[in-house]
Ligand binder design. Structure first.
Ligand SMILES: Nc1ncnc2c1ncn2[C@@H]1O[C@H](COP(=O)(O)OP(=O)(O)O)[C@@H](O)[C@H]1O
Ligand SMILES: Nc1ccn([C@H]2C[C@H](O)[C@@H](COP(=O)(O)OP(=O)(O)O)O2)c(=O)n1
Ligand SMILES: [Mg+2]
Length: 261
């Protein structure tokens, strides 16, 4: 019978025979000496190579203007996750006029989705260069193609998928008042974005619902009200407890464990 044993291994070695271990370490810049691992023991064959614990990944879904970015800021303040906004990464390509910049700008103006390979590679670069082990990936995956490309390139699954559920008229109102000078914050692009959201994001939501990973949040109300629905989701994950930040502004801030890492 197989038995899984948790251990802390200060000098753990990489296994050249374990593909996912190698990818995880390269992909997420794991600090081997600091990481927790699980070891699989088969009494007949002895100890198999230790397996790295994968980083904690949250996907943040919701229509344009549903409040994803706003709630991500609150999650970061409270739980110390690293926020990667797919839209911000794409807008950075436009701002730096990279080889994909003009193509990305045209698609965003039209409310269309950028080819998954481009977006996933940008996310991959951020994951690889970060020391963090806990990520919020905001505005991704927007399509089944996005989701499949992430699985293929990053070889990881999300632990949590948040879906900010917001009526269209509220999203339109918020986007038209957003005032961040975005080329897509106008009624023409917004109408196109809402159609694309319904057609392409819904299957992603259904996919994670069926996997039992989806947390649907009612995105109508004050920012605080909405965050009150988000708090217990993250509070229930052991991985996040050890790095929680005390947020004096949060109503539950004083009950949170101070960050010791
Ligand atoms: N609960 C809320 N009620 C009213 N306005 C909000 C709320 N949450 C966010 N907003 C505002 O709505 C706009 C869109 O929010 P944002 O976080 O950028 O959404 P998303 O990232 O989903 O497009 C911003 O101007 C933001 O300040
Ligand atoms: N996974 C993604 C995320 C964003 N994009 C493009 C298309 C989106 O309309 C724009 C803006 O995305 P962003 O997440 O910043 O938009 P909202 O915050 O939801 O208004 O970027 C994409 O093509 N693929
Ligand atoms: Mg956003």
């Amino acid at each position: 019978m197989w038995r899984r044993v948790a251990l802390f291994s200060p000098m753990m070695k990489k296994s050249s025979s374990s593909r996912s271990l190698t990818l995880n370490q390269k992909g997420f810049g794991l600090k081997v000496g600091e990481s927790f691992a699980t070891e699989i023991i088969n009494p007949e064959e002895g100890v198999s190579p230790p397996k790295e614990k994968a980083p904690f990944i949250t996907f943040v879904l919701g229509g344009p203007g549903s409040g994803k970015g706003t709630q991500c800021e609150r999650i970061v303040e409270t739980f110390g996750l690293t926020h990667l906004s797919a839209g911000d990464l794409l807008r950075r390509e436009i701002a730096f006029n990279t080889k994909n910049g003009a193509m990305i700008l045209n698609l965003i103006k039209e409310g269309k989705i950028v080819p998954s390979e481009v977006t996933v590679k940008l996310i991959q670069k951020e994951l690889e260069s970060s020391d963090s082990r806990k990520f919020l990936i905001d505005g991704f995956p927007r399509t089944e193609e996005n989701r499949v490309a992430f699985e293929r390139i990053i070889r990881a699954d999300p632990d949590v998928v948040l879906f900010f559920d917001c009526p269209e008229e509220e999203m339109v109102k918020r986007v038209l008042n957003r005032n961040q000078g975005r080329v897509d914050d106008n009624i023409t692009t917004m109408k196109k974005r809402l159609k694309i959201f319904e057609a392409l994001n819904r299957p992603v939501i259904d996919y994670y619902e069926n996997k039992g990973k989806l947390y649907t949040i009612n995105a109508v109300g004050t920012v605080d009200d909405i965050f009150q629905q988000v708090l217990p989701i993250f509070s229930s994950f052991e991985q996040l407890k050890e790095c929680r930040h005390v947020n004096p502004k949060s109503p539950l801030g004083s009950s949170l464990v101070e960050n010791s890492s």
